[in-house]
Design a protein. Structure first.
Length: 274
């Protein structure tokens, strides 16, 4: 299945900092949030979302059920394949990241196709790239402490180190440096840039939505048999009866393997201390 590589997934700040959502739920809800901004609904199946985000469709199904149960998504009454965003995110408070200044985290992250579709990155690493990218283009780069980043994403400091290691291995960071200054050390992070043609905006998702609508309409058409005359001896183009699509194959989806997780605290964090 081909996807629109121009699609950016936008991660709402109240989603990234949400204390009741898992990493996979945050990423899937961000996809629904992105479609909600454009069309007001999502028409992807669990299999299609799994292929798009490099997640197993069963994981997608469990996450969507959880998001519905928690009140962030609802099914369309007429078509269960359509999901719509609720207004629950509006009632969630912004995270306070600086108690003294009462400073809130209000930054929206952006994940390009090359990041969220990559099957070598865990979901946490994908979200972390988006967080790093928010300040990457500033003069100083991303200089937040690991403890601050961990608080924003509601994870451990060790997880931030592990995910950073993944991003470095996949060469998605253009700079990761510990700069020593007088009586302190400071981490500087910058993300790589992905080029896009000017005539094809990166956040244009209309094509992929329209493809889904045409697919739904074609499915309805396949269910209606076409009446033909028994006396007809030659087949005309108008007499063609569309055939249903074959079964969906799962062979190209990532599989869940037992044993130790690939990037689970298997190295020292000393190189990341600041």
């Amino acid at each position: 299945m081909k996807f629109n590589k121009r699609l950016n997934i936008k991660v709402y700040p109240k989603t990234l900092t949400n204390r009741e959502l898992s990493d996979n739920e945050k990423l899937i809800l961000s996809l629904d949030y992105t479609f909600d901004l454009k069309k007001g609904y999502t028409i992807y199946t669990n299999v299609e979302i799994g292929k798009l985000l490099s997640l197993h469709p069963n994981i997608v199904g469990l996450c969507r059920k959880s998001l519905i149960k928690k009140g962030y998504l609802v099914n369309d009454i007429e078509n269960k394949q359509i999901h719509r965003l609720t207004n629950k995110l509006e009632s969630v408070e912004f995270l306070i990241i600086d108690e003294e200044e009462n400073k809130e985290y209000i930054t929206e992250c952006v994940l390009p196709f090359e990041i969220y579709h990559n099957n070598e990155l865990t979901t946490g690493a994908k979200l972390l790239w988006g967080e790093y990218n928010t300040l990457s283009k500033t003069p100083n780069g991303y200089v937040k402490k690991r403890e601050t980043t961990a608080k924003i994403m509601n994870v451990s400091v060790g997880s931030i180190s592990n995910w950073t290691k993944q991003l470095l291995k996949q060469q998605f960071l253009s700079e990761y440096e510990i700069k020593s200054e007088y009586r302190k050390k400071q981490k500087v992070v910058r993300t790589i840039e992905f080029s896009r043609e000017e005539e094809n905006p990166i956040d244009e998702i209309g094509d992929i939505i329209e493809d889904g609508i045409r697919r739904m309409e074609q499915t309805k058409l396949n269910r209606v048999p076409k009446l033909t005359s028994k006396s007809t001896t030659s087949k005309k183009e108008d007499d063609y009866i569309p055939q249903p699509l074959g079964p969906i194959k799962y062979s190209d989806l990532p599989t869940i393997k037992k044993g130790k997780k690939k990037y689970e605290d298997d190295y020292s964090d000393e190189e990341f201390n600041i």
